[in-house]
Design a binder for this molecule. Structure first.
Ligand code: SF4
Length: 266
């Protein structure tokens, strides 16, 4: 027997249930985020200036030989001074990462947004607000037993998102952050972050709903394996809210995989 068609009212009710689970209802309706993937229009002179800065940037030698011995202040300084790729020319400042340096939870995005670049912190702006709601949905809070970082520390120029060689160039900084934090759970937000953390480009659909192993894939010499769960980046969720249902399942999987229960952050 064929399934009965889902009415519009029933479909809307189910969507509201998902949004409530993510602590987004009715805020989601009020925010009215425009659904567009267009790059904001930028004056030609700004583009030309960014391109000129990129051409003038002196790309340094790869500064990663001793990275495994750096402590937090040394690592932050190394990133701050880094000019190892041309992305540095297009950003206002490097975006190192933020949060509890002994956190059990590490959330990793791809590269800094314009909001991140302006603030100097990952997950600023609307995507960051959504991430905060995602954290709250599993009883976590930014800065409390949570560390936030991106794979790439510079936002790049207006017309140039990070390329594979630039991601590879910057990844050792994140690897050292993970060595220092020793989190109990890594949540990779988006395909680029998952690819960098797993060391290989897998089909997106095969990444979701599973627990992966950061150590096994990346071979970074940690004493213990770290479980890794992949889900959608909050910026992508702003464009495709229906994927929040999958994100909720992934976050629950991560929460349930943790060796110790999550306590209320508040
Ligand atoms: Fe250095 Fe990474 Fe910035 Fe490139 S993106 S300049 S490797 S910090």
């Amino acid at each position: 027997m064929n399934a009965l068609p889902v009415s519009d009212a029933e479909s809307a009710r189910r969507r509201e249930d998902v949004l409530r689970e993510l602590n987004l209802y009715p805020l989601w309706q009020l925010r009215n985020v425009p659904v567009t993937t267009n790059v904001p229009e930028v004056p030609a002179v700004a583009v030309a200036a960014a391109e000129l800065r990129a051409e003038q940037t002196v790309v340094s030698e790869v500064p990663h030989a001793d990275i495994g011995s750096l402590n937090w202040p040394e690592l932050k300084k190394r990133v701050q001074d880094c000019t190892a790729c041309k992305l540095r020319a297009g950003c206002t400042q490097t975006v190192f990462g933020t949060g509890d340096e002994n956190a059990d939870w590490l959330f990793v995005g791809s590269w800094p947004s314009e909001d991140d670049d302006a603030k100097g912190e990952p997950f600023a702006g609307p995507a960051g607000q959504l991430l905060d709601n995602m954290l709250a949905a599993i009883k976590l809070q930014r800065g409390v037993n949570v560390y936030l970082a991106n794979v790439v520390k510079c936002s790049g120029s207006i017309k140039h998102s990070p390329q594979a060689d630039e991601i590879a160039q910057c990844s050792p900084y994140l690897a050292r952050q993970i060595q220092l934090i020793q989190p109990k759970m890594i949540v990779a937000l988006g395909h680029a972050a998952a690819t960098a953390l797993l060391g290989e480009d897998r089909e997106w659909s095969s990444l979701l709903g599973k627990v992966h192993d950061y150590r096994e894939s990346s071979k970074v010499g940690l004493q213990q394996s770290i479980p890794l769960v992949v889900t959608h980046h909050p910026a992508a969720l702003l464009l495709t809210p229906l994927n929040k249902a999958q994100t909720w399942r992934d976050l629950c999987l991560a929460r349930d995989t943790m060796p110790c229960p999550v306590s209320d952050a508040g």
